[in-house]
Design a protein around this ligand. Structure first.
Ligand code: ATP
Ligand code: MG
Length: 396
């Protein structure tokens, strides 16, 4: 059975002097992901990472495919240094890589064997091994054809000190950079479709995220908060854990409703969210905000709105969805597992206080005037005081 996995990583290789640090981060993240399944070991050999786990290969691969920074994974058979074991292993690895495919003789599947012998005590040289293993496969797997230039399947045989490594499959990884390699940011997480995807995309670039959610209890109930916790839990599939800051936003929303002109309420509300997020980010040493905003989706996401909202923070605001259409966002949400939870019907705090005709082109002066009647400092301090921090970890 496969119990060893060769992990390839791409972009990290480009990072020059930072490389060891990136590698260590990736190794830690892999190790953490695999330990969910039982004992695991990760080591570095010749610029590649080797992960070991006795758990079922399908489960191991599922975990590894969620670790950012991994470009590809090959499950490896670790075999005794005996010719018989090696050829039998090569046959199994080839069959698995072909996915049970049994090609007909008239449409053969092309393959090649690539042997490497770092242990010179092994009696066969690399070219000899290529011949022996290749011959055995041709004899025992109908419908194969050798193509040394551009084969569909490459069967690798590595002769090491104590074992032979045999592998042929190359399972694609998710890519990106290891979470934690790019610092920390604060994700504004609603219960909607977009912000969890934005958080996932930020993590894909190596950013460790904490989340902030603005909650308008009792106008929005416990169920809507539980939904946000669930979204965080799903995102912990891709990282170790997520701190969730739940801000009591009710007083601010009531004040805005009472004091600010109706068409600017959304603008003011979003500026308050940004202000609070900026302060939480400072406390948590987060260097950026991440939102699920896109351009032009709704009134609060015109360029004019984004401009006015953005003015209240000095932090970079990352909007990973800006280049995506809604359909692409939905597809990504389905793929990462957040969609079904996002579409549960519980009210969001914003929808409750939504005006009928929000301003689509607010300007900075209007926004400032709309905020004049508010006791800003008091409101912000009050909401921060009533912010609870939860530590969200994966299920089970
Ligand atoms: P989403 O699907 O993420 O809710 P949306 O398309 O519904 O996004 P808005 O409701 O205008 O758009 O929100 C834009 C962004 O503001 C969200 O993606 C999220 O980052 C942030 N946001 C909105 N409401 C909240 C909330 N209650 N708590 C935290 N962040 C929020
Ligand atoms: Mg929303």
């Amino acid at each position: 059975m496969y119990n060893t996995y060769l992990v390839r990583y791409g972009e990290i290789g480009l990072k020059g002097k930072n490389r060891p640090q990136f590698e260590r981060r990736l190794m830690d993240n892999i190790s953490r992901a695999l330990k969910k399944l039982g004992p695991a070991r990760v080591s570095r050999v010749y610029g590649r990472l080797l992960a070991e786990s006795e758990a079922a290969p399908a489960l191991v691969l599922e975990q590894l495919q969620r670790v950012f920074g991994i470009v590809g994974v090959s499950p490896v058979l670790r075999l005794p240094l005996e010719e018989e074991a090696i050829v039998a292993g090569a046959l199994q690895a080839l069959g698995d890589a072909a996915g049970g495919l049994r090609p007909a003789p008239e449409t053969p599947v092309t393959f090649k064997v690539e042997a490497r012998r770092s242990n010179k005590h092994f009696p066969l040289t690399s070219p000899e091994l290529n011949g022996v293993v290749g011959g055995y496969l041709l004899e025992n797997y109908p419908g194969l054809k050798v193509d040394v230039h551009d084969p569909v399947i490459k069967v690798r045989v590595e002769i090491r000190e104590k074992n032979a490594f045999v592998y042929a499959a190359d399972v694609p990884g998710v890519g990106g950079l290891p979470v934690g390699a790019s610092g920390r940011a604060l994700l504004l997480l609603s219960g909607g479709i977009d912000s969890p995807v934005a958080g996932w995309m930020a993590m894909k670039r190596g950013i460790e995220i904490e989340a902030v959610h603005f909650h308008s209890f009792p106008f929005t109930g416990e169920k809507s908060l539980e939904k946000v916790r669930d979204l965080c839990r799903i995102l912990t599939n891709y990282t170790a854990r997520i701190k969730l800051h739940v801000v009591h936003f009710t007083d601010i929303q009531k004040e805005i409703q009472a004091q600010s002109p109706e068409e600017l309420r959304v603008t003011v509300m979003r500026r308050m969210m940004y202000r609070l997020s900026t302060r939480i980010a400072a406390r948590r040493e987060a260097l950026a905000l991440v939102t699920g905003e896109s351009v032009g989706q709704v009134a609060s996401q015109t360029l004019e709105s984004l401009h006015v909202i953005n003015q209240v923070t000095g932090l970079p605001v990352l909007r990973p969805l800006v280049g995506m259409d809604k359909q692409e966002i939905i597809q990504r949400a389905q793929q990462i597992g957040t969609f079904a939870t996002s579409v549960l019907p519980y009210e969001d705090c914003c929808t409750l206080f939504l005006p009928k005709h929000p301003a689509t082109r607010p300007n900075p002066e209007q926004a400032a005037r709309a905020e004049e009647p508010l006791a800003l400092e008091e409101l912000l301090a009050g909401a921060l005081e009533r912010t609870a921090i939860e530590d969200i970890r994966a299920w089970g």
